[in-house]
Design a protein around this ligand. Structure first.
Ligand SMILES: [Zn+2]
Length: 184
């Protein structure tokens, strides 16, 4: 317990660590009961480590790890440059590797840690893969302040401008209707 009282770290609501404030004894005791907070830190540090490795290799510095029962089952950094693949965001790559490693389409009981809030594509990938929960460090708004082009919650509607529906809809729908979804 004494260790916690001496720590300089606090946690905000999203689980991000914030530096610079000394915890009160009361807050420290509260944090001491939060074993998960420390696991979150440990996993996010692993994500940061791979993000740094990616940046050193010329990629955007975003890293992600997938964790099941406390064990990291996949880790990846953004690889859009080396793979010439604009979908190779860290979270997507980590999810792909997790599915390969587990030989499964559904990542039951798995949590994803990303150094940056997932973009809509990665959030969707998490949803479709059955990720249990996503923990992130910096926000997409933080990222947008640097890159100038992110689909944040406020601007998600902007993506509608690049889509048009109804092309051969009947044929596409007919194919869908002839299919029985796999129970996986
Ligand atoms: Zn993404």
């Amino acid at each position: 317990m004494a260790d916690f009282a001496n720590t300089f770290r606090v946690f905000n609501q999203t689980g991000q660590a914030e530096e610079g404030r000394i915890l009160s004894a009361e807050d420290a005791a509260r944090e001491a009961t939060g074993e998960h907070d420390h696991q979150h830190d440990e996993h996010m540090r692993a994500a940061l480590e791979i993000a740094r490795r990616g940046m050193a290799a010329g990629e955007p510095p975003v890293g992600a790890v997938v964790v099941r029962e406390g064990e990291i089952i996949a880790r990846a950094h953004n690889s859009v440059v080396s793979q010439l693949d604009t979908t190779a965001h860290a979270e997507v790559v980590a999810i792909r590797e997790s599915c390969q490693n587990l030989r499964a389409l559904h990542l039951d009981g798995c949590d994803l840690y990303s150094t940056v809030e997932p973009c809509p594509m990665c959030l969707s990938a998490g949803f479709y893969s059955g990720i249990r929960h996503i923990y992130f460090g910096a926000t997409l708004a933080d990222m947008e302040a640097i890159t100038g082009s992110e689909l944040t919650g406020c601007s998600l509607g902007a993506a509608d401008a690049i889509k048009t529906g109804g092309v051969l809809r009947e044929e596409c729908l007919e194919l869908l209707n002839s299919w029985r979804p796999l129970k996986i």
